[in-house]
Design a protein around this ligand. Structure first.
Ligand SMILES: [Ca+2]
Length: 322
């Protein structure tokens, strides 16, 4: 009886391992995440998703750019990376002094979970961006921005350095495959990542960028609420993801703007999204307008099917599943 039970549990374990085993059919996609880990908590969910993808063999996280002036934004990011076993991941920051304290969750996460890096000790974002890109195969890197575009703009205007003789635009053109951007409201609107606090960086990036870019607009993530009470029941209380959502609003749930960008960046359009091709034009105040054209490198996402299916997929990944 005891042997039978042992065999049963062994087979069950092997079966589950097979179901959750990494998909090695495609090599993992090299990804750089550029986040404003501060005011909203969807950045926590998005970073947790990337770690789940990495464990499943889908992505290779090269590093994280923290585009924020919040004093604990880099420490919180490093604490999450460390929790998921990637404490050696490079982190580059957009700002190292004149820092402010305004986040509802970054301090709590940083205090509760081990980390090494802080905003004051981290490398500059431009140096990290350039070093990470220079080391990758040509045309391979996916950049995911889930905050404002100050660091990406600085990268594009950077000059040659020890990492590469190429300037920023040439380095991006050589190494990047595509950009997934949480930003804007489509077809027309005004969204925070585009207009606050650095709308000039949005205008600059969109006018400078020549490779494919997919916009995950405000109106998509707004329809997908994650991190609510049902999520709390399934999430380990020992996780920084739990701590983040607990601190942010006590698991009342939050829109999934940033997670949508990560989901599409890794899994592509199907089965959750369709896309509209055209041109996103940004005004000096950060508002955006869509111009339908056929010859373009821009597209924006639309939900295909039900928001509930996307919510379920995102929460599974936020919980570390596959
Ligand atoms: Ca964000």
């Amino acid at each position: 009886m005891r042997i039978s039970f042992f065999l049963l549990t062994t087979l069950l374990f092997r079966g589950l391992s097979f179901i959750s085993s990494p998909d090695f059919a495609q090599p993992p996609v090299p990804v750089i995440l550029d986040t404003d880990m501060d005011s909203d908590v969807d950045d926590v969910g998005a970073l947790a998703m990337l770690h789940a993808y990495e464990r499943a063999g889908k992505v290779n996280i090269l590093g994280v750019i923290v585009t924020s002036d919040e004093v604990n934004s880099a420490a919180c990011t490093d604490a999450i990376n460390t929790f998921f076993g990637r404490g050696t991941l490079p982190i580059g920051v957009s700002q190292r002094d004149s820092l402010k304290s305004f986040s509802k969750y970054t301090q709590a996460v940083a205090q509760a979970f081990p980390h090494q890096i802080t905003n004051r000790t981290a490398e500059a974002a431009t140096s990290v961006y350039r070093r990470l890109l220079a080391a990758q195969p040509d045309g391979s890197v996916v950049i995911i921005t889930i905050g404002h575009l100050t660091s990406l703009s600085r990268l594009l205007h950077s000059g040659p350095d020890a990492a590469s003789p190429l300037d920023g635009r040439a380095l991006v053109a050589r190494k990047v495959k595509r950009w997934s951007c949480m930003g804007g409201q489509f077809p027309n609107g005004k969204e925070a990542n585009f207009y606050r606090p650095d709308p000039a960086s949005t205008v600059d990036c969109l006018s400078t960028w020549t490779l494919p870019v997919t916009f995950a607009g405000w109106e998509v993530g707004q329809q997908i609420v994650t991190g609510g009470s049902a999520f709390r029941e399934r999430c380990s209380a020992q996780s920084p993801v739990y701590r983040g959502y607990e601190q942010y609003n006590g698991f009342q749930g939050r829109a999934s703007w940033d997670q949508v960008a990560v989901l599409e960046a890794v899994e592509g359009l199907e089965p959750y999204f369709s896309a509209e091709n055209g041109q996103c034009v940004v005004a000096a105040d950060g508002s955006n307008q869509w111009q339908p054209t056929s010859q373009t490198n821009h597209r924006y996402l639309k939900i295909k099917g039900s928001p509930e299916a996307i919510q379920k997929r995102i929460e599974t990944l936020m919980l570390g599943g596959w």
